[in-house]
Write a protein that binds this ligand. Structure first.
Ligand code: GAZ
Length: 262
């Protein structure tokens, strides 16, 4: 028996597990089972989770259920210890732990901006996003000035953050955001570029992110439906590859199912 991961395609928390297993050469030792976020959760899954709906969820080989991506990452690190992805030295592990703890505020800043529907709030949300990048930059300058990664290789912190760097392609598309070419972002830019280029983190693409997150850009998350629509942009069918790039003017226009080829 192998562990099974129940996951949502393009969910950044789920992608963390895929990256870690890829780094360990263990991707095929775990069964990945896709759950369609646009449909109600099946009863058999709700029974396993005792009613919660957030994914990823891992079912161990002996039938235990583990929730929360960071907890699942640690479990995978423990059952497949080699090659180590987490640091083993206590101080180094604490450093990557401190950086990992910055993931929540970073995630919120990006998603809050994407989902914002009020043009008047854009500048403040952009500033909040830049503040997050500046904090990451400061941390890296203090703990890893020479880069590109926190330690020698793409490791735990990179596994945690890279899915967000890729999701934030939606800010480039829907908010015209680019990290400014300024010294206060130089170190975090170097980190992001190295993370995005790493072979273990190529599970998604800008095109997939932009197309699937269209509804988020209209303020509607997690596979729910915007008014007037009958299919979510997070739907598995039709495949995102066959759909057009969505309109970028999220503040002016609400695309129909037909415009999105849904
Ligand atoms: N802390 C959990 C973990 O595993 O690390 C988070 C898991 C999670 O949020 N999973 C989402 C999910 O299953 C998919 S990815 N949602 C369906 C459900 O029924 O809960 C999350 C947000 C958000 C915007 C986007 C996402 C997201 O707020 O990417 O809040 C949690 C969901 C604006």
């Amino acid at each position: 028996m192998h562990p099974t991961i129940y996951h949502i395609p393009v969910c950044p928390f789920c992608q963390r597990l895929d990256i870690l297993l890829t780094l360990k050469g263990r991707r095929d030792d775990v069964a990945f089972q896709v759950i369609d976020i646009t449909q109600p959760r099946p009863d058999w899954l709700l029974q396993k989770t005792r009613g919660t709906t957030a994914l990823p969820v891992l079912e161990t080989a002996d039938g235990h259920i583990i929730k929360e991506s960071l907890v699942i990452l640690q479990y995978l690190e423990d059952i497949y210890p080699e090659p180590a992805v987490a640091q083993r030295d206590p101080w180094r592990r604490a450093v990557e732990g401190m950086l990992t703890r910055m993931d929540g505020d970073f995630f919120s800043a990006g998603y809050t901006w994407l989902m914002n529907q009020e043009p008047a709030r854009r500048d403040a949300l952009r500033d909040a996003m830049l503040q997050q990048y500046a904090q990451l930059n400061d941390f890296l300058v203090a703990h890893a000035p020479s880069g590109p990664f926190l330690f020698e290789d793409f490791g735990w912190a990179e596994t945690v953050f890279t899915p967000f760097f890729q999701r934030f392609w939606f800010l480039e598309y829907y908010e015209d955001f680019a990290l400014p070419d300024e010294a206060r972002f130089a170190r975090v830019r170097e980190w992001i570029d190295a993370c995005l280029a790493h072979p273990a983190a190529q599970q998604t693409s800008k095109e997939e992110v932009v197309k699937l997150y269209y509804d988020y850009s209209r303020g509607v998350g997690n596979g729910a439906l915007p008014p007037g629509r009958s299919r979510s942009s997070m739907a598995l069918e039709p495949d995102w590859r066959s759909r057009p790039w969505p309109p970028r003017d999220k503040y002016e226009h609400s695309a129909t199912d037909a415009e999105l080829d849904l």
